[in-house]
Design a protein. Structure first.
Length: 286
């Protein structure tokens, strides 16, 4: 394998050691936090922290990465951001080999992009972020200027209305999301080697196949399994079709693990890991 950056090295080592490409989303949806984790029926910084740490501890053996979505914390105002910082610190201390991806989807430029990257890496100490490429390379470059860090660039999202813009046909006959995939692959090869991956939603499995073809060896972050309707078998039929490229896959589940129906987060993570692995080539983690 080509020399990778710190995040990818950490990710691949973790996947190979535990034989899992499951990413556990840490999204404290206010209305779904159990009453036992609230104070007088209201989520506090401590209750959010306790709830998420419960998920972390019960799923860590299966997690190749953890992915908190900053906007679920932002909704609960500054006290929840402080809880997120504590959650990240807890993971780094207790599970130092598990990378942390901040689901940020930032897409600004210039000084604002610098502040966003500095906040994610120097303040929150995460290993990677998600970023929106709509403003061009300037909207992702700041996330690539810190050694060992990594950005997953939004390419094809899980929501049905993604077709409104992402499927617009460009002048070369390809949909816009494919232009994004090829452009980010070029940035990864020429400007920011081994610092970029793509986000491709499991709800559009055939589109993942096209993205795989266009994006070389870049890692894929694949949300949309479970509550959003993505099917593991259909998705992996395309996402794992070119294993020869040695591409890391990061398959995320959030609500299906942190708020599963009738089972524990541990059992939900175990079941999903088994399901994913049952549809992967036997030598996938080698």
């Amino acid at each position: 394998m080509e020399k990778e950056n710190g995040f990818v090295t950490k990710l691949v080592a973790r996947q190979q050691r535990i034989k899992s490409c499951l990413c556990v989303g840490l999204d404290p949806k206010r209305e779904r936090i159990p009453e036992t984790f609230k104070a007088y029926g209201i989520p506090t910084a401590q209750s959010i922290y306790d709830f998420m740490i419960n998920v972390v501890d019960r799923t860590a053996e299966f997690a190749c990465a953890f992915k908190p979505n900053i906007w679920f914390y932002f909704r609960n105002r500054p006290m929840a951001i402080s809880a997120l910082n504590r959650i990240v610190a807890y993971i780094r201390k207790n599970y130092p080999d598990i990378p942390i991806i901040l689901d940020f989807k930032c897409g600004d430029i210039g000084k604002t992009a610098f502040e966003a990257a500095d906040g994610a890496y120097a303040y929150m100490h995460v290993d990677a972020v998600t970023a929106n490429p709509y403003c061009g390379v300037d909207s992702v470059s700041e996330f690539c200027n810190t050694d060992g860090k990594f950005a997953f660039v939004i390419c094809k999202t899980t929501n049905r209305s993604s077709v409104d813009f992402q499927d617009i046909v460009c002048n070369d006959g390809s949909p816009l999301y494919m232009r994004v995939a090829r452009k980010v692959a070029a940035w990864d090869e020429n400007e920011f080697p081994n610092k970029l991956g793509l986000v491709a939603g499991a709800t559009f499995p055939a589109d993942i196949g096209r993205i795989v073809t266009a994006s070389g060896k870049m890692p894929l972050l694949i949300p949309g399994i479970g509550a959003q309707g993505g099917d593991v078998e259909d998705m992996l039929k395309y996402a794992a079709a070119e294993r020869a490229t040695n591409r890391p896959l990061v398959i995320n589940s959030s609500s299906g693990i942190s708020n599963p129906q009738d089972i524990t987060p541990h059992d939900a993570a175990a079941a999903l890991t088994h399901m994913i692995n049952s549809h992967l080539p036997k030598n996938f983690y080698e």
